[in-house]
Design a protein around this ligand. Structure first.
Ligand SMILES: [Zn+2]
Length: 541
């Protein structure tokens, strides 16, 4: 199998997956085709919408049509020449409590109809179940996964190894680790539908991340039943490459109109906030007056357009290196999504490990939620692991960030530089200048042009958590270096007292002399005179 990754951002990837019916690009949405009810025909999905793949249910096909899809071949039967994925009936087990086929039969059936991507008959864990029951579903799914490799006959099909465990994360971890040892080409995370229906996107983050951290990271991951565009960016950013959506049709049946920011009832809309080919020619009132079937098709097609448009925006955001910004924007659609975004902090080191370190664009920092983004985590880790101050420096001069970047080119700093140049002649450069700046923390002068330390825009005033973060970074830096003196240019207007207090505490505990020059309290000439006096005193000691 080849899954070739073209571009990455966070854990998201634009990739090319080769199937026997052609190559598809991830992140990829598979509209669910119910062979019994076709609101939008598969051929129309390809021709008019550009869907490269669809998913249908092998269990329903077998039960209802038995040999016809075998004789015609699945692609001809559906009228779709792109990639076709089949699910095995696991969802029917979850809903109806059992299916009338065994795994060997459903595997063989998928081989005979010629699925491009096919699924073993896993046992979905579900949401409101006891841990014992959850553990049984994991064990049975694993047992079937191992059995499967003894019976499969076709190697040109990409086989999906589902991960179960529900909200029991230790079980998800076990399931993922064991599934990952088996030679599946694709993995899937089972039973998230009920989690999403109850708006527990924070639990979904835990489930996806636990699976991701225990699976081979290079294999594509499918998120079963994730059909709403408002959460696509969240799932993609966490490394889900495939989704399937029955929601576009289910919502249409209930007169529900999807947008990338949530769902509206058709009857509540006065305007269509969408430029798709359906919405641009009609008003909500006109659509309400249509016959039910016609209205359902209208909504299903609009819903599909919205899903596709959102996926394209996400791909462009990955290309631009701006997926975090996109994610943060979408998270404002609902507090439950924002709660999920906050959860990413728990996984920031893992996300950072697989994120690109250099990008073509700068970053926008809005609030402390952004402290979990990989660029900031990356800088923090690198500073901690690799950075040493220049040799022979005795005094650390900590200056506040300036509006202009890089900081060393700012007007404020040019005055300080004059002082330092005068002193340098006498003391041969023993003062080291670092800036304290949001959102990165401590930025040594010699690094302030390194990406992304100057390539970011930060919303002001800083929120409390961001100030605390920077203060913590300052204090950690002072503790792990060995300056004799720290001189803080204290900017109480933008930073309050936190940086001063925590820096002072670190100095006190480590026997470092600590001097504070308040940059707002005195005239600028006085500040410079006082700074020069303090530096001279400590450098001559
Ligand atoms: Zn529309």
């Amino acid at each position: 199998m080849s899954f070739e990754i073209k571009d990455k951002d966070m854990l998201a990837r634009i990739g090319k997956l080769k199937t026997k019916s052609g190559t598809v690009e991830t992140p990829l949405l598979f509209p669910v085709i119910n062979p019994n009810i076709q609101l939008v025909t598969p051929s129309r999905l390809k021709e008019n919408f550009g869907f490269e793949a669809v998913i249908t249910n092998a269990y329903i096909l077998k039960k209802r049509y038995e040999n016809k899809p075998i004789e015609q071949g699945l692609h001809k039967f559906l009228g779709f020449d792109g990639a076709v994925m089949t699910d095995s009936g696991a969802y029917q087990i979850l809903v109806y409590g059992g299916v009338e086929v065994n795994q060997a039969e459903i595997v063989q059936y998928q081989e005979r109809i010629g699925s491009d991507i096919a699924t073993i008959l896993d046992i979905p864990t579900g949401w409101k179940v006891t841990k014992d029951h959850a553990a049984e579903t994991v064990e049975e799914t694993l047992r079937r996964a191992k059995d499967f490799f003894k019976t499969k006959t076709r190697d040109d099909i990409l086989w999906v190894g589902p991960v179960q465990g529900g909200r029991h994360l230790d079980l998800v971890a076990k399931s993922a680790a064991e599934m990952g040892k088996l030679p599946f080409q694709i993995h899937a995370l089972g039973s998230p539908t009920e989690v999403m229906e109850s708006y527990r996107f924070d639990v979904l983050v835990d489930m996806i991340m636990t699976a991701k951290m225990n699976l081979p990271v290079e294999r594509p991951l499918h998120l079963f039943g994730a059909g709403h565009p408002a959460m696509f960016s969240l799932a993609v950013a966490l490394g889900c490459d495939f989704f399937d959506s029955a929601a576009y049709a289910l919502y249409a049946r209930e007169n529900r109109y999807m947008t990338e920011n949530g769902t509206w009832r058709l009857g509540e809309l006065d305007y269509f906030p969408c430029p798709c080919p359906k919405c641009s020619g009609e008003t909500p009132k006109e659509v309400m007056e249509k016959a039910p079937k016609e209205r359902e098709v209208f909504l299903a097609e609009h819903n599909l357009h919205v899903c596709l448009a959102e996926l394209k925006r996400i791909k462009q955001a990955i290309r631009d290196g701006r997926l975090w910004e996109h994610l943060e924007m979408r998270a404002h659609a609902h507090p439950a999504l924002f709660t999920a975004l906050k959860k990413l902090k728990s996984y920031d080191n893992f996300i950072e490990r697989y994120s690109p370190t250099v990008k073509s664009s700068g970053l926008f920092f809005f609030s402390s939620v952004g402290l979990a983004r990989p660029e900031i985590v990356h800088y923090r880790n690198r500073m901690m692991e690799r950075y040493c101050p220049p040799e022979n420096t005795r005094v650390l001069l900590l200056a506040p960030q300036t509006r202009k970047k890089p900081f060393h080119k700012s007007e404020e700093f040019s005055k300080i530089r004059q002082v330092l140049q005068r002193l340098d002649k006498e003391t041969s450069g023993k003062t080291h200048v670092c800036f304290y700046a949001a959102p990165f923390g401590v930025i040594p002068l010699e690094l302030d042009e390194v990406y992304p330390l100057s390539q970011h825009e930060t919303a002001l005033p800083l929120d409390w958590e961001t100030v605390e973060y920077v203060a913590g970074q300052v204090s950690d830096y002072v503790r792990r270096t060995d300056y004799e003196t720290v001189v803080l240019l204290h900017d109480s207007q933008h930073w309050g007292e936190s940086v001063k207090e925590r820096c002072g505490k670190a100095c006190l505990e480590n026997g470092i002399a600590f001097e504070v020059v308040d940059v707002k309290a005195e005239g600028s000439k006085n500040i410079l005179t006082r700074l020069e006096m303090i530096l001279r005193k400590h450098l001559s000691e």
